[in-house]
Ligand binder design. Structure first.
Ligand SMILES: [Zn+2]
Length: 343
C-alpha cells in the first residue's frame, strides 16, 4: 500500500492497521498532510486494505491488514473504476465541494454494496466543502451506514469546521518532513516539561504563554535583523525618496510573511507534540512517535489525560492557527488557546 519510507506515513498506516486488528475501526478519519498526491495515494491504499480479496497479511482472526495490489478489488481501486470506493473532489472551476456533490455520494453510500466489505468515501480537499456541503455531511459523519468508512483528506485542517473535525479520528502524514532545528527542539522539550509541571493551573499556563511568546519574539527579531541587513535600503545611501519608501514597504511585507511562515512552523511543532501525546494514549508504541525522545518526559501528561482530552489538544492548535489567520491579536489568541489546553 503506502510505500514505507516516510516514518510519519508508516506510523499513520500502523494506527489504521491496529484499529482494524482490534475491531475498533473508526468510521470517519481526517487525514492531513502536505500534498494531495501523497494523501490520495495513502487513502486509496487504505481503501484497498479494507477490501482486498487476498490480503497477504491478516490478523489472528482473519482481518486483512495489507493489500495484495493484484486482486480484482485492488486493481479496480487502483484504476479508478466504479467500485464501492467513491471520490469527491472540488469542482474544477469553483474549487469548491458543493452540497450536490455530497448528496450524490451519500446516496450511493446508502445503496447496496457491489461486492466490497466496506464502502469507502474519499473526500479529497475536505476543507473545500462549503458550509452547506459540510452540514449535509455531518449527519452521515455521526452515523455512517453499515460498514462505510469516510476518509477526509486535507492539506489545511485548520480550515475545517470544528463540528467535522471533532467527529473524525485524526491522522497526520506530515508535510515536507522538516525536522525542527536544535533550538526549536530544545524549546519543545522545555514546553513539554512546563506542560507536565503546570498540572493545568492558571499560573503554570501563563508560564506556557510566556514560553511561546518568548520564542515568537526571538524569531521575529532574528527575521527583522537578517532581512533588514539584506535589504537594498542598506546598500545605497542616496535612494530617491519614492524608491526608498517602496523598498521599506516591501521589506515590511517580506518580514511579516516570513514571520507568519515561521509561526506556522512553530505551531505545527506544538501540534505534533500533542499528536504524540494522543498517540501514546491510544497505541503504546514509542516507535510511532515523531519525538520518541520526549516520550519519557511526557508520560505523566499522557497518564493524566483522557484520549478525548488528548485529541482535543490537537484541535485547539488548529483553532489557534485559524484565529491567527483572521488577524486576531496574537497574544490574545495564544492566551485563549493556552487556557483551553487539557494539561
Ligand atoms: Zn488485493
Amino acid at each position: 500500500m503506502v510505500s514505507p519510507g516516510s516514518p510519519q506515513l508508516e506510523a499513520a498506516a500502523q494506527i489504521f492497521r491496529r484499529s482494524l486488528e482490534r475491531h475498533r475501526l473508526a468510521h470517519a478519519w481526517l487525514i492531513s498532510g502536505g500534498e494531495y498526491a501523497t494523501l490520495d495515494r495513502f487513502a486509496s491504499g487504505l481503501a484497498k486494505i479494507l477490501n482486498c480479496q487476498s490480503p497477504p497479511q491478516v490478523s489472528d482472526d482473519g482481518v486483512g491488514l495489507e493489500c495484495c495490489e493484484r486482486c480484482v478489488s485492488c486493481l479496480q481501486i487502483e484504476q479508478g473504476q466504479p467500485t464501492d470506493v467513491s471520490y469527491v473532489r472540488p469542482e474544477a472551476k469553483s474549487r469548491i465541494i458543493t452540497i450536490a456533490q455530497i448528496r450524490a455520494v451519500l446516496e450511493s453510500v446508502h445503496l447496496k454494496a457491489y461486492a466490497a466489505r466496506h464502502k469507502v468515501v474519499i473526500v479529497s480537499g475536505a476543507d473545500r466543502m462549503n458550509l452547506e456541503a459540510a452540514n449535509a455531511f455531518l449527519k452521515t459523519l455521526e452515523e455512517p451506514p453499515g460498514d462505510t468508512v469516510l476518509l477526509l483528506l486535507t492539506t489545511n485542517a485548520s480550515r475545517l469546521p470544528d463540528t467535522i473535525v471533532s467527529r473524525c479520528l485524526r491522522l497526520h502524514l506530515g508535510g515536507a518532513a522538516t525536522k525542527p532545528d536544535s533550538e526549536d527542539h530544545e524549546w519543545l522539550t522545555e514546553f513539554c516539561r512546563l506542560c507536565v509541571e503546570s498540572k493545568g493551573d492558571t499560573f503554570g499556563r501563563y508560564f506556557l504563554v510566556e514560553h511561546i511568546q518568548g520564542r515568537l519574539a526571538r524569531k521575529k527579531k532574528v527575521i527583522e535583523q537578517t532581512m533588514t541587513d539584506a535589504s537594498p535600503l542598506n546598500a545605497y545611501d542616496d535612494l530617491e525618496p519614492d524608491l526608498r519608501k517602496r523598498y521599506q514597504q516591501e521589506l515590511a511585507a517580506a518580514i511579516e510573511a516570513e514571520y507568519r511562515r515561521q509561526r506556522l512552523e512553530l505551531l505545527a511543532l506544538l501540534q505534533t507534540f500533542f499528536r504524540d501525546v494522543w498517540l501514546q494514549k491510544i497505541v503504546p508504541d514509542d516507535s510511532l512517535l515523531q519525538f520518541p525522545d520526549l516520550a519519557g518526559s511526557s508520560r505523566t501528561l499522557v497518564e493524566r489525560l483522557s484520549a478525548d482530552a488528548a485529541r482535543g489538544n490537537i484541535e485547539i492548535t488548529d483553532e489557534l492557527q485559524r484565529h491567527l489567520d483572521t488577524n486576531i491579536q496574537e497574544l490574545l489568541a495564544v492566551e485563549v488557546a493556552l487556557l483551553k489546553f487539557a494539561l
